[in-house]
Unconditional design. Structure first.
Length: 468
C-alpha cells in the first residue's frame, strides 16, 4: 500500500542541515550497498520531522518500519504523523489487539512499533513479512550498558536478523561508553559497538552536519550549566568517612582484579568499571552497598537514609543521631527557583519528590508531579504548560521524565545527579535552552561528580552547552 501525501507536505520547509542529512541518506541508498546509516542529531533539532521527511518525501515508496523505544514515544509519534501531518500509518503497541498485528504489518507501508510488541508478533507468525527500511529512534538505547557476549539488548538481535533491511538509526547521544566483560573488563565506545553489530556503517556526526554551508547553528539553543553549593558540616563529615571507605574497598577490588588478570596497567577509567569486576563477592558487596549509601545521602531525605546507615558498623549511633531530619537541599530550592515562572525539579526517588511537592505547595507554588506511577504523563505536562496562575513547578522522577520534552520551562534544578554522562545530558535537554542547576554538598564527592559530569558533557556535546 502506497499512500500519496505529496499535496500534504508541500508546506514543510526543509532546513539546510536537514537537507544535508537527507541527501546523504539518498546517496547511500542509490549506491545500493545497503550500508546502515547512523545519524547523530542533537535534542531539539527535529528527529521526528526528519523521520517524517524520510518516509514521505525522500523514500515515499519504501515499506518502512519505525521502532520507538517506549510506549509514550510511540503514542506521541503516531499522533505527530496521523494528526499533525495526516499521514496514514499502522502502529503496534502493547494495546494493539494481537489478532490485528499481522494485518497491520502486511497492509501498511509505514508501521510504527515498540521492539517488544514487534518481536512477540513476528515470533508467533508463520508468514514472512518484509520491510525495505528499518528506522530506529534513539538507536543508542539498543546497546547494553554492561555487556558480555551479547552487546545488543533484547529483542534487537531477533528483530535485526529477521528483517535484514536497510537500517537508519537516529540518536542525539552517540558519544558514551559502556562496560564490556570478556576475559578482561574494559570500557568501549557505544558507537564502536553499534558499528560492529550493523557492519559497514556510515556515520553522520554533528560535526559533519555543522560543517560547510549549514544553518544548524541558527536552530541550536544553548543550555547554561550551573552548580549550587550547599554547606552542611554534618553531611560533609559523613561524606568524608564514606568516601574513604569507598576508596579502600575499590582498591581491594582493583588489586584482586589485577592479580586475576581482569585488568591491565593500560585499563582506563578504573573507578567506573570497579563495580562490574567479578571478584570476591563479600568485598564487592560491601563496595556496592557503600556506593548505594552515598547515592541515598545525595538523593533521599535524612529520615529515609538514616536507617540504612545503622547497617554500617563504621558509623556510630551518635554520629547518625547528629544528622538533622531537615534537608538543606530542600531548604535551598526556593532561592534557586527565584522568579522563574516554570521550573522543573528532577529527583531520583518518589518519596523525595512527594516531600518537595508538599513543601513547595505550602510555600505558594503551583506544583505538578510525574513519576513512573503516573499513567497519563502527557496530561500532567499539558497542565503544567498551560498553568498561568503564578510560578509553577513540575517535579519529575528519573523514570517519570523519560521521553518528555518541555520547552516551555527555562530552568531545570537537578536535586541529585547520576554518573552517566549521556543520561544527564538527556535530562538537561528536556527543555530547549535555559539553565540547568545541579545541587551538591560542598567539598564532597558529590561536588566532584557534578564538576566531572559538566566537563564531560561540555567535551562530548560542545555545540549546545555553556559551562558557567
Amino acid at each position: 500500500m502506497v499512500f500519496d501525501i505529496s499535496e500534504q507536505i508541500t508546506f514543510i520547509q526543509e532546513r539546510k542541515y536537514q537537507k544535508k542529512i537527507l541527501t546523504i541518506l539518498k546517496n547511500v541508498y542509490h549506491e545500493q550497498t545497503n550500508s546502515p546509516v547512523l545519524v547523530e542529531l542533537d535534542c531539539g533539532l527535529g528527529k521526528r520531522i526528519l523521520s517524517y521527511l524520510i518516509v514521505s518525501r525522500y523514500f515515499p515508496n519504501l515499506r518502512t518500519l519505525i521502532l520507538l523505544q517506549a510506549t509514550s514515544s510511540l503514542s506521541e509519534t503516531v499522533d505527530f504523523f496521523c494528526n499533525k501531518y495526516k499521514m496514514e500509518v499502522g502502529y503496534l503497541g502493547s494495546s494493539t489487539p494481537p489478532y490485528k498485528r499481522i494485518s497491520i504489518l502486511k497492509n501498511y507501508r509505514v508501521v510504527l512499533a515498540t521492539p517488544q510488541t514487534l518481536s512477540n508478533t513476528i515470533k508467533k507468525s508463520t508468514e514472512i513479512i518484509n520491510f525495505d527500511l528499518i528506522l530506529i529512534n534513539e538507536v543508542d538505547k539498543i546497546i547494553r550498558r554492561t555487556a558480555t557476549r551479547r552487546t545488543l539488548i533484547y529483542p534487537y538481535p531477533t528483530i535485526l536478523s529477521y528483517f535484514g533491511s536497510w537500517i537508519i538509526g537516529l540518536s542525539g547521544t552517540l558519544r558514551d561508553s559502556h562496560v564490556i566483560i570478556t576475559d578482561t573488563v574494559r570500557l568501549k565506545p557505544e558507537l564502536q559497538t553499534l558499528a560492529e553489530n550493523l557492519l559497514d556503517v556510515r556515520i553522520i556526526t554533528m560535526d559533519e552536519i555543522m560543517s560547510g554551508d549549514s544553518d544548524l547553528n541558527d536552530y541550536v539553543e544553548y543550555t547554561s550549566l550551573k552548580g549550587h553549593s550547599i554547606e552542611d558540616p554534618v553531611i560533609y563529615a559523613l561524606f568524608t568517612k564514606l568516601d574513604d571507605l569507598v576508596k579502600e574497598y575499590r582498591k581491594k577490588i582493583l588489586d584482586e582484579a589485577r592479580k586475576e588478570g581482569l585488568i591491565t596497567k593500560d585499563t582506563k577509567n578504573l573507578a567506573l568499571i570497579a563495580g562490574q569486576l567479578p571478584v570476591d563477592s563479600e568485598i564487592k558487596g560491601k563496595y556496592d552497598s557503600l556506593l548505594m549509601m552515598r547515592k541515598y545521602i545525595t538523593g533521599m531525605l535524612p529520615v529515609k537514609f538514616k536507617p540504612f546507615l545503622h547497617r554500617f558498623p563504621e558509623f556510630s549511633k551518635e554520629e547518625i543521631n547528629e544528622i538533622s531530619n531537615k534537608s538543606k537541599k530542600i531548604q535551598n530550592l526556593i532561592p534557586i527557583i527565584g522568579n522563574s515562572q516554570k521550573t522543573i525539579v528532577m529527583v531520583s526517588y518518589v518519596y523525595t519528590g512527594e516531600i518537595i511537592q508538599t513543601y513547595l505547595t505550602k510555600s505558594g507554588f503551583k506544583t505538578f508531579f510525574i513519576s513512573g506511577k503516573v499513567y497519563d504523563k502527557s496530561k500532567v505536562v499539558n497542565e503544567f504548560r498551560s498553568s498561568d496562575s503564578g510560578p509553577s513547578v513540575l517535579i519529575m522522577t528519573s523514570v517519570g521524565e523519560r521521553d518528555l520534552d518541555i520547552p516551555e520551562s527555562k530552568k531545570i534544578i537537578v536535586y541529585d545527579t547520576v554518573n552517566t554522562t549521556k543520561t544527564m545530558y538527556q535530562r538537561f535537554k528536556r527543555t530547549r535552552g535555559g539553565e540547568v542547576i545541579c545541587m551538591y554538598y560542598k567539598d564532597t564527592s558529590e561536588e566532584a561528580k557534578v564538576k566531572r559530569l559538566y566537563k564531560a558533557i561540555q567535551e562530548k556535546y560542545p555545540w549546545s552547552i555553556n559551562l558557567e
